[in-house]
Design a protein around this ligand. Sequence first.
Ligand code: CP
Length: 673
Amino acid sequence: MGPCADPTIRRNDLVKKRDLITIADLSDQEIEQIFSLADTFGIRGNAASQRKACSEKIMATLFYEPSTRTRLSFESSMQRLGGSVISCPDMQSSSTAKGESIADTARVVSSYADILVIRHHWDGAVRAMAEHADVPVINAGDGSHEHPTQTLCDLYTLQKEKGKLKGLTVAICGDLKHGRTNHSLVYALARFGVHVIILAARNLELPQYVIERLHADFHYSIAPMAMDDIRAAVQSTDAIYLTPSQPHQLALFTQADPEIQTRLQKLVSGLKFDAFYVTRQQKERGKQEDTRDNGDYPRIGENFLKERRFKDTVIMHPLPRVDEISRVVDMDRRGIYFKQAAYGVPIRMALLKLMFDRLETAKPKTMQQGLPRYESTEPIGSQCSNSNCVTRTESSSTRPTFEVLFNGPGSGLILRCLYCDHQFKVHFIGHATSCRYCSYDTTLEETVRKWLADRELAVFESIKQAEELGYEPYKSGPQRNIMDESEIGKAIDQMVDQVLKDTENFDRLLFIGIRTKGVFIANRMAAQIQRRQGRAVEVAEIEIYGPRGDTLRRLSSSSLEPSPVNVKDRPVILVDDVINTGRTVKSALSVIFKSGRPQSVRLAVLIDRGHREVPVKPNYVGKHLPSSERERVRVKLREVEKGERDKVVIYSLISPGFSHQRSAHNSHLRAED
Ligand code: CP
């Protein structure tokens, strides 16, 4: 049996090697060493002393996305170090086109080469491949996540031009949402004490997860700048600032040092920019509404060059450029982007040499080290919130793993994806052995730490998800009956009365029930309509937390594959038993809208608890039942609970404080029903 026959063991766990996935994988000292070594190579990297430095080595470049600079400068660097290169510049001409997984590709190619340089369009894909490769892997750009070697070129260029990094002020402009170079760069600038001004294009602001990481790891805080301050800084340029509209995200990062804060306040009219780092709009990544250019994308041109205050401001760009920088800037000494691209060779030569020299050296300690890690104990328990994360696009090659941050924003429990850094708040936690769940609050921190250490922690997006996975709530006290069979029958009748009043075209009407109980209520409503109107109404179901992911399917289908439901231009009534936070309904709405655009969607729920967290309001309600979050309302239907009559019950939930843990393990906290 090979070392990785056990799928729960990552290959990376078995092989001692250094990968470069994020800029955090290099210490400040190592970055400075790379710069010193790059100095000795010269801009073309043709220093004779290094011609044999990698003579025994082979580098493979695997590019799932186009590249000019990164791939060719890596290949030029390896050849200048005396090494050899094998390359797949277009992975569509590789076995990827036949459906080979990234895990298999990484594993195979790592037996042909001594180092892999990989670019991929999925966030976190390079980390996933590094886990399956036996040799070091360098991230040449993964989706919108990071591009650490570009950052090395950027920092090196800045340092060479300005003689230092600490204390500089750099404005980063453009598509800060999808631009991976921006993400690696802001982390690095923060590490080296640079002040960063963010000038994002509309709808393309720096993602929240980057801002939170800057705050958590580097103690950088955000101070909003007044519009006038920025106007003063960029007036009469032809657009670093996005013409007439209000800036949407305009921020000044400073170290949380009051003296520096005060100094920056004084910079209102005399703000000195050392560099503008301009980036292209990443049209290949954004949604259409993100990528519409209304002419207000930050651009630099002649007016900028004429402005006295920018006489020493250099203009940088990772390239390729589209039209963010006018060609007139190419002729100006301040336009240094071609030099920045040329430094790609000495920098990547120095990086390759360092990686081969340091194979056995431990990774630098980062702020993140020491954070507990969570791997889901359930097959579908927790998903990364980023739909472009490799854990979602190719789950077979990864194991969703998260860093756990206690006391995140709003004192919440936050999970941060190890692959793409996106983070989300945990609302419900469960104990895996006893199959009990409850909502999370800060008093449970110690309990969660213990469960995490014991690999007993499960996390859920909603009560519905917990219960679909067979978890029961922790609870105390006897349950009270809130509705009996006849009251439930009457409530459903009333909802049907309303639907009949509101519906003109029964032929097109479609009920969609949210699995499980919403489906039975939808069926009962449809059967009533058939009895009263003599018309059959189609019923479909949505499974939000099923093993196949979110699916919408025709109810009569006996096939395991979802059979398609046509929602286009139809009046839809979405049905569920209880609306708690509203998150399940929101997820269901997004599944519906992904499959087509209905004429309308109305929401019918048997019980509305009145503390919805998301703005979804039911159109038809069987009973309003204001209840606290510590209470659990449960609908029991004869179709689901064998041998029982319909009823609605309520009981309080208790949190499993530390003293309850033993009881939880011993399943003493059993449900009373
Ligand atoms: N800056 C950069 O990554 O360029 P390429 O896409 O050409 O590699």
